[in-house]
Write a protein that binds this ligand. Structure first.
Ligand SMILES: Cc1cc2nc3c(=O)[nH]c(=O)nc-3n(C[C@H](O)[C@H](O)[C@H](O)COP(=O)(O)O)c2cc1C
Length: 453
């Protein structure tokens, strides 16, 4: 445990007085003193300098206003009078970012307090590298080079994947490394069929945009890796899995993220392909019945890493602002409410699209209302409808929430490249009206046009 000693003292306090006080205060505390903290202006005090040297501790001073900004448990008017802040020792411990474990102890000329410092993070350069690799990781589908991937390099990347956290340490993943061209051709064939099926399901403008996108690099990348999951790994009593079996798949997905980041750091491109049903790929790769495909990755050296996601650069979709994703304490309490933000004269986030794509939002109805690829049904009832991507289910608890859900849906569609909404309300409830108002507000705020269908 690392400790910080906060010290307030009169000029000229003797070393003996100070060390006796420190020894006394430290007798019930375990840990090493890492830092001596005091107020600016006391840097040259011989007793402080010698103490820091004896303890091999760093020395740090805080300005009066920094000390005054703390909330020490034992403030003093006398100290306030002499120093301009109600506490030096305790406040210095708090200002150093420590948790106070010994409150103010005094001798006639000195006051000390002791705190525990939290475990340190990495130094600034290492932290910057971690954030950089996260920001610069890309899903890569273009620019793979005709270069083989060194076995040791691949092993380093797989080691990173294999170090992932997993529920109950069940480590449910396996990594199937595929280099064989014939196998990759078969998988590529599956992806092509699904690509065509997806294209056929799209509205005309969206299909035209999709035609320009590359969605896999199965044959371009020299190495493919199928990451699988064994949902039964670890037997019956895997810690943490009993109430939520999905945690097994989460664990395998995190292994993929570890792989992706390590690969980026090593200069290897990775592209995730999900244009097939897991069963189809399982058949080609000879997976046993109990093993499930989680992700299929194309891996290899590339000519460059793009600075932004390909789907952003092509205008297919936009990134969602962090402030929309962060709620405080209970759902919907964001730093700025959806409503307030949508009513701002100038949108904080420009997500408008110039695509010309339309969605017909049908509030009410069911799967039989889905007649055109542009149609999207919104169901507001309490019963979750059967899974269908043509139906969004938004059961609001209040009319206000229904309006917020409407705003959110309009914004989400704008993020997915939609430019115009045609809205039809077939459900004549107050909630449906409130939702429709939200759609109108959200559409205007996101630069979408909207009209009644
Ligand atoms: C589970 C999953 C499946 C994905 N499937 C595909 C895919 O089939 N084809 C594709 O081109 N990209 C696929 N991607 C990549 C995403 O499009 C990409 O991560 C996203 O656009 C953000 O870009 P970035 O990864 O470069 O930041 C997939 C990503 C994930 C996480």
């Amino acid at each position: 445990m690392k400790l910080v000693i906060g010290i307030g003292l009169r000029g000229g306090t003797s070393y003996e007085e100070l060390t006796a006080l420190v020894r006394h205060a430290l007798r019930d505390v375990t840990g090493d003193v890492d830092l001596i903290a005091t107020r600016t202006g006391r840097e040259q005090e011989p007793a402080l300098q010698r103490l820091a040297q004896d303890l091999n501790a760093d020395f740090r001073t805080f300005e009066t206003h920094e000390l005054a900004a703390q909330s020490p448990p034992t403030p003093s008017e006398k100290v306030q009078h002499h120093t301009g802040t109600p506490s030096v020792a305790e406040a210095a411990v708090l200002a150093a970012g420590a948790h106070l474990v010994v409150t103010k102890q005094q001798t006639p000329n000195a006051t000390i307090a002791i705190g525990h410092l939290p475990a340190p993070g990495y130094d600034a350069a290492a932290r910057a590298t971690v954030h950089r690799v996260i920001a610069e990781r890309r899903d890569v589908r273009r620019g793979f080079l005709d270069l083989s991937v060194d076995d040791r390099l691949l092993t380093r990347v797989l080691e990173a994947a294999h170090r992932a956290p997993s529920v109950g340490l069940s480590q449910p993943w396996d990594f199937l490394v595929i280099r064989d061209l014939a196998t990759r051709r078969k998988v590529h064939e599956l992806a092509t069929v699904q690509r065509d099926a997806f294209a056929a399901s799209l509205p005309d403008e969206r299909r035209a945009a999709f035609d320009g996108l590359k969605i896999e690099a199965i044959l371009d990348a020299p190495v493919n890796i199928a990451v699988t999951c064994d949902p039964g790994r670890g037997g019956r009593h895997v810690l943490g899995r009993h109430a939520d079996p999905r945690t097994t798949w989460f664990s395998a997905a995190i292994a993929i993220q570890n792989l992706w980041l390590a690969a980026r750091a090593e200069g290897l491109g990775v592209g995730w392909v999900s244009f097939f049903t897991p069963e189809e790929v399982a058949g080609v790769l000879g997976l046993p019945a109990h093993i499930e495909l989680v992700g299929y990755l194309c891996v290899g050296h590339v000519d460059e890493f793009a600075s932004a996601p390909e789907l952003v650069r092509s205008g297919w979709a936009k990134r969602r602002p962090l402030t929309w994703a962060v709620h405080h304490e209970t759902w919907g309490h964001r730093d700025i409410s959806i409503h307030e933000e949508a009513l701002q004269a100038t949108p904080a986030h420009d997500i408008s699209q110039a695509s010309g794509q339309t969605v017909n939002v049908i509030i009410g109805g069911d799967a039989t209302s889905l007649r055109n690829p542009e149609d999207l049904v919104v169901q507001l009832g309490a019963v979750k409808p059967p899974s269908d991507f043509g139906i969004v289910w938004r059961h609001a608890r209040t009319n206000h929430e229904a309006t917020e859900f409407g705003i959110e849906l309009a914004r989400d569609l704008a993020l997915q490249g939609i430019a115009h909404l045609r809205v039809r309300v077939t459900d004549r409830t107050e909630q449906a009206e409130a939702f429709a108002r939200g759609i109108a507000t959200g559409a205007s705020a996101s630069g979408l046009t909207h009209s009644p269908a």
